[in-house]
Write a protein that binds this ligand. Structure first.
Ligand SMILES: Cc1ncc(C[n+]2csc(CCOP(=O)(O)OP(=O)(O)O)c2C)c(N)n1
Ligand SMILES: CC(=O)[C@@H](O)[C@H](O)COP(=O)(O)O
Ligand SMILES: [Mg+2]
Length: 668
């Protein structure tokens, strides 16, 4: 088969096999199909796999750069290990597209991130080759260690249960997070089974942005101070299997000797057997090394692999972001098909106001956990590099770091996606809220986010922050409101405050030159029709929090067409709720609907609780509209909200049915 080399095509300066002609890859539906391939054949599989990945993502969009960097590693892992019995865990899972193609999902790879299609991350329910679901980073070593230890326990109970290798592949960005260290700290002492854990550090010197921090510097030094490890050195390095106590003594002596000669690596100090650095694009070498590691139970092992993000596709290699996440694109030119430029994103409006305010307030600082462009703080960094802090993928640290700054009289803005702030919950509660520290949380990507799906949905922040005593929480209904709320957060020194806003563009409203400071805990009436229009049935009130207000207004028009124009109010604050507004709406309307882009337990719960405690619930038909109690899969944001039942027709239907009016009755 090696002589069946496919013709090649120039694509963006890179040379890849002609699309659609994959003689080697076509023979591989599952990894076992290539386990008897020669290394030459595996190389051909890798070339074709890269081309197939590029072609597929050009039609779907997605996380291309990370996937291209691990093509050779993916082929080598599946060729050498007995997957799915041996477990390969991809940290984050955004680099797992080639893995999906090789593990029975090639026929669906062009449904990636599409409605009803493959997830953009690993997922247990999708394949037995995905032993652990991911999307939030830095979980792979913990999960892998758990599996390795569990395998051993199971094997002890049941002799037919063969011991397995567990491989966790983690990036240089993801290894900066605390969880990775917690896992490594535990690995060498976790007990029997842990010696079957192989951590592969996929070091491409990139996170989403260039990686930051001492660990990243350390890895660069480690890489540049040692030449790539060759097979000969490896053979000397991998100690033969010995009875456990002797082995441990031998390893101690070995580590000591290496420490004396070369300075032990951090990983060796943590009890890992460090192997590397090795060239992660040299497939024959990778195969040989992995075979050696597979056949030793001398771990836990850390294999340090050097790769290039975007490798093998010139437009990605040349791009500053290495094509971390791309829209659909032209394979030949690499040009991305960005849609028509819509209104400015919420993110950029927040950043604009923050930058403006920071010009006259040097107490404002900004903290991101490895998402400078995603949070818009790259703009802040350009203007105020000394007041900008990218702490790496370290949300917990980011929050407590901001708390420390707040104790010194600064006005820190901690800008974190809603879904990633979940990881720092105890820091929010214990380090910030309990101490009433004025940390400002800019909670981006609140609500449903589209193609990243359930793992990235900002569904829960209203619930998990709203229940904290002394927390103030705002949600803008449009971009002008976001400007005001950013201004409000800047001036609010009474304690912690959060503003949550969605992924994507605003309504295209004209933005005033500056935001106005809002009165804390006060909403606003947008239309006051429900009371008069209610007639004998009583009127309808819709109290909306956040950008669903646009749908509330559409529903208001629909209800008006039914002769029942409602009152519509914008709550602005999820906490403290505007008690006066809520009570008036409840007293003066037969139906009160709350609306929010968040889960059960959020704004509607706060309102419902107040109504119940004051007895007002006895007299009003209260209908809280929230995200449903399910995880909503990847889809367009609009389709997700449709599925969630948070669109104008749903609101209308809810209002009418609460009044006991059927739609057919009204249309008749
Ligand atoms: C807890 C958490 N914070 C932030 C992110 C967003 N994120 C996804 S991938 C990524 C960079 C990962 O870098 P690295 O591990 O080096 O992988 P690479 O993309 O370079 O292969 C970040 C910050 C995340 N997925 N999870
Ligand atoms: C993999 C990951 O977690 C990020 O790359 C995420 O997909 C970014 O999402 P946004 O596109 O909303 O910034
Ligand atoms: Mg990286």
């Amino acid at each position: 088969m090696a002589d069946q080399t496919p013709p090649t095509t120039a694509t963006g300066g890179a040379t890849i096999p002609t699309l659609g002609r994959f003689p080697a890859l076509d023979r591989v539906t599952y990894p076992s199909d290539m386990r008897n391939f020669s290394v030459e054949q595996l190389k051909q599989v890798a070339d074709e796999l890269r081309a197939e990945t590029i072609d597929a993502v050009s039609t779907t969009g997605g996380h291309l750069g990370a996937s291209l960097g691990v093509v050779e590693l993916t082929v080598a892992l599946h060729a050498v290990f007995d997957t799915p019995e041996d477990k390969v865990i991809w940290d984050v899972g955004h680099q797992a597209y080639p893995h999906k193609i090789l593990t029975g999902r090639r026929d669906r790879i062009r449904t990636l991130r599409q409605p009803g299609g493959l997830s953009g991350f690993t997922r247990r329910s999708e394949s037995t080759y995905d032993p652990f679901g991911a999307a939030h980073s830095s979980t792979s070593i913990s999960a892998g260690l758990g599996m390795a230890v569990a395998h051993h326990l199971r094997a002890e109970e049941d002799p037919s249960y063969r011991e397995r290798s567990v491989i966790a592949v983690i990036g240089d960005g993801s290894i900066s997070a605390g969880m990775a260290y917690e896992a490594m700290n535990n690995a060498a002492v976790a007990g029997p089974g842990a010696e079957r854990l192989i951590v592969i550090l996929n070091d491409n010197e990139m996170s989403i942005a260039p990686p930051v921090g001492a660990m990243s510097n350390y890895l660069s030094r480690l890489m540049s101070s040692r030449k790539f490890m060759g097979l000969r050195e490896l053979a000397g390095k991998v100690v033969k299997k010995l009875p456990a106590p002797v082995e441990r003594t031998a390893r101690k002596a070995d580590e000591y000797a290496r420490g004396m000669i070369t300075g032990g690596t951090l990983f060796e100090e943590l009890g890992f057997y460090y192997v590397g650095p090795v060239d992660g694009h040299d497939l024959p070498q990778l195969v040989a090394i992995l075979r050696n590691l597979r056949d030793t139970d001398n771990g836990p092992i850390l294999l340090h692999v050097i790769t290039e993000k975007g490798h093998g596709y010139r437009p990605a290699e040349k791009a500053g972001d290495k094509y971390h996440a791309v829209a659909k694109f032209n394979v030949v030119t690499g040009e991305q098909k960005k849609g028509p430029s819509g209104p400015p994103s919420y993110t950029s409006v927040f950043a604009r106001e923050l930058v403006r305010r920071a010009a006259t307030d040097d107490r404002i600082t900004a903290v991101t956990a490895a998402m400078p462009s995603g949070t818009g703080l790259d703009a802040f960094a350009k203007s105020y590099p000394d007041r900008f802090f990218d702490v790496g993928i370290a949300e917990q640290h980011a929050v407590t770091f901001a708390a420390g700054m707040a104790t010194e009289g600064l006005r820190p803005f901690c800008a974190i996606y809603s879904t990633f702030l979940q990881r720092a919950y105890d820091q929010v509660m214990h380090d910030v809220v309990l101490q009433k520290l004025p940390v400002r949380f800019a909670i981006d990507r609140a609500g449903l986010v589209g193609a990243d799906g359930a793992t990235h949905a900002g569904a829960f922040d209203l619930a998990y922050l709203g229940c904290l005593p002394g927390m103030t929480l705002m949600a803008p209904s449009d971009e002008v409101e976001l400007l005001h709320m950013t201004a409000t957060a800047t001036e609010f020194d009474e304690g912690p405050i959060g503003l949550r806003y969605p992924r994507g563009g605003g309504l295209g409203l004209d933005l005033p030159a500056e935001g106005q400071v809002l009165e804390i805990g006060k909403g606003r009436i947008i239309r006051e029709m429900g009371r008069q229009a209610g007639g004998e049935k009583g009127g309808i009130a819709i109290l909306s929090l956040g950008p669903r207000l646009a749908e509330a207004l559409k529903a208001a028009d629909m209800l008006a067409a039914h002769g029942l124009p409602p009152t519509v109010a914008d709550a602005r604050f999820a906490k403290p709720i505007d008690v006066e507004l809520v009570e008036n709406l409840a007293r003066n309307h037969a139906v009160l609907i709350t609306l929010e882009e968040g889960s059960i337990g959020g704004f509607g719960t706060q309102v419902g609780h107040h109504l119940a405690r004051t007895g007002l619930l006895d007299n009003v038909r209260f209908r809280p509209l929230t995200l449903p109690d399910i995880f909503i899969d990847h889809n367009s944001q609009d389709a997700q909200y449709e599925q969630a039942g948070l669109t104008a027709p749903h609101i209308t239907k809810t209002a009418l049915s609460a009044l006991g009016v059927s739609l057919t009755e009204q249309t008749a």
